[in-house]
Design a protein around this ligand. Structure first.
Ligand code: ARG
Length: 258
């Protein structure tokens, strides 16, 4: 008795909103004017970070803005954090997510991804004095990762899903903080980010360990599964900014020549 009604009321309501054009997500005649809500975990420099005044900047943000400009749609970037980002994409509260998100087979079951826009790899960050030269050397040690990232995955793959030394953090900076104060012996995260921290932190504190077992990764912009319309626009915009040099310009700004 309750079930059919619960479906009918929203249906009537959305019909009303479409007719009156009052819906928060309503479009104008040309289909433009809908502001795309883009989520990110703005604690992953240089891909995304929050400035002191709250504005969100970074490589990903500039890429997303350039895509939107190329396609003529508007975006609003929101710092959601990592878990809420993945959740918000799944339930449709967000239209898109750009957050150094690695395209994985597992995630493809839950999201649709744009064409790849960046190549990445995991790196290990350890204290300068560490004797570890590979992931295997860290067996039995405490390893910090951002939970639900590919950094966590590589540690689980090497040492098992229930590895006692694994420490999952809500954010990568939190894991790196704990590396600084000795609560963990290493942090595994994306190369771009690890290198950025090496640049920013006092010299002689940490060093980078590379591990050949880490597979190459590719970042994609994620949308809700089945949202072909937004995905097509993103892919088309990405093609445009790659062709017209905008992407290269942004790349150079953040990563230098290469
Ligand atoms: N590339 C990794 C992954 O997809 C880490 C991404 C974390 N991104 C972030 N903004 N915190 O799992």
């Amino acid at each position: 008795m309750v079930k059919p009604l619960s479906g009918i009321i929203p249906a009537i309501l959305s019909l009303f909103l479409v007719i009156t054009g009052c819906g928060a997500e309503s479009s104008n005649d040309t289909g433009e004017g809908h502001v795309l809500k883009v989520g990110t975990d703005a604690a992953y420099p240089p891909f995304e970070k929050q400035e002191g005044d709250g504005t969100i900047t970074g490589f990903d943000i500039e890429v997303m803005k350039a895509i939107a400009a190329a396609e003529g749609f508007e975006i609003e970037v929101e710092h959601t954090g990592w878990d809420p980002l993945l959740e918000g994409l799944k339930n449709g509260k967000l239209d898109a997510g750009i957050s150094a998100i690695t395209i994985t087979e597992d995630r493809k079951k839950n999201y649709d991804f744009s064409d790849p826009y960046f190549e990445a790899k995991q790196l290990i960050l350890v204290p300068e004095s560490s004797k570890s030269d590979s992931l295997q050397d860290l067996k039995g040690k405490k390893i910090g990762v951002q939970a639900a990232t590919t950094g966590e995955e590589v540690v689980k793959k090497a040492f098992g899903k229930t590895y006692q030394g694994l420490r999952g953090y809500d954010s990568t900076p939190a894991a790196i903080d704990d590396l600084g104060n000795g609560r963990v012996d290493a942090v595994v995260a994306d190369n771009g980010v690890v290198k950025e921290y090496m640049k920013r932190l006092p010299e002689g504190q940490f060093k980078i360990v590379e591990d050949d077992s880490f597979e190459p990764e590719q970042y994609g912009i994620a949308v809700q599964k089945g949202n072909q319309e937004v995905l097509d626009k993103i892919n088309s915009g990405l093609k445009t900014i790659k062709k017209d040099g905008t992407y290269d310009q942004i790349y150079k700004k953040y990563f230098g020549e290469e």
